[in-house]
Ligand binder design. Structure first.
Ligand code: R5P
Length: 292
């Protein structure tokens, strides 16, 4: 038995179970009731046995609901704990970490303040969109990466001369790390997103040396699928063999999944920061290591 109690929010129950097992900690669930007016009512199903408490909950859609529930659970946990560690495997709003257009609110900063105000002692996130997001937390904060876990999965597949591809410059370090583990090369595409419409374009001409190779597009997240679809359409024109996708957070519903496959992707693999049928890579061991 370790010194921790793990409390799971309803969005991360399976991951919480795995994490508690890895840590040898006892697990407490929270019960959720949504009132007819949309309010969330949270009840902790028991009392934490230890005073070091880990609250785990991803804030994927419905983002605002999951967020308010996370903050509520933390505030309750604080009544029992000397230390409350928030593990937010997928941190919603992390892409709103800068003022891209004049007047835009940096919502990530607002959320960082909320975590502190409810009593969070430390926060751990997984492959946050950019490290800029973490700088708004005035508490101990760290990012753990799922790239080694994802790369290990791909190293077991039979791939033809694999090449790792980042759809944009923001993902270069992730692609580089992934390629290093697979002992292969990586390239970076140039992506442009219209800040008003959200539409994505790949700005690149012919790329030499990818014909006949299996490609692995590596990204932190898939939301609308626009980035992966545009990158795949571009890469397919370059006569590559198959296109695989490795991403930490797969936010999409079935429709996005279908559209990505239709664009020519053979397989999408994501982690269990967000549950779903592509979430084949378990990240609980990596989170546990970051906690102890
Ligand atoms: C953007 O810079 C991110 O790394 C992802 O590429 C992006 O957020 C994915 O979103 P979507 O699937 O909507 O293109």
């Amino acid at each position: 038995m370790t010194k921790f109690t793990v409390i799971s929010g309803t969005s991360s129950e399976e991951l919480a179970k795995k994490l508690a097992k890895k840590l040898g900690a006892n697990l407490l669930k929270s019960q959720l009731r949504i009132f007819p007016d949309g309010e969330s009512k949270i009840t902790l199903k028991g009392k934490p046995k230890k005073n070091k408490i880990i609250v785990i909950q991803s804030t994927y859609p419905p983002v605002d609901e999951n967020l308010i529930q996370t903050l509520s659970i933390i505030s309750k946990a604080k009544e029992f704990g000397t230390e409350v560690i928030a593990v937010i495997p997928y941190m919603g709003y992390a892409r709103q970490d800068r003022e891209f257009l004049p007047g835009e609110v940096i919502t990530m900063k607002v959320i960082a303040n909320l975590f502190k105000s409810v009593g969070t002692s430390r926060i751990i996130v997984v492959d946050i969109h950019s490290m800029i997001g973490l700088k708004y937390f005035n508490i101990k904060s760290s990012n753990v990466t799922a790239i080694p876990d994802l790369a290990k999965y791909f190293s077991k597949l039979k791939l033809t001369n694999p090449l790792v591809v980042s759809p944009d410059h923001g993902g270069k370090i992730r692609a580089e790390e992934f390629a290093k583990i697979l002992n292969t090369e990586f390239i970076t595409l140039e992506k442009q997103r219209d800040r008003k419409t959200g539409k994505v374009k790949i700005k690149a001409k012919k790329i030499d040396g990818i014909s006949g190779r299996d490609l692995i597009l590596v990204d932190d997240m898939i939301s609308t699928g626009g980035s992966i679809i545009k990158a795949t359409e571009f890469l397919k024109k370059q006569k590559c063999k198959r296109v695989f996708v490795a991403c930490t957070h797969a936010l999409f519903g079935n429709e996005v999944d279908k559209k990505i496959k239709k664009a020519g992707v053979t397989k999408i693999i994501s982690t269990n920061t967000i549950p779903g049928k592509t979430a084949l890579v378990d990240i609980s061991g990596t989170i546990a290591k970051a906690i102890i």
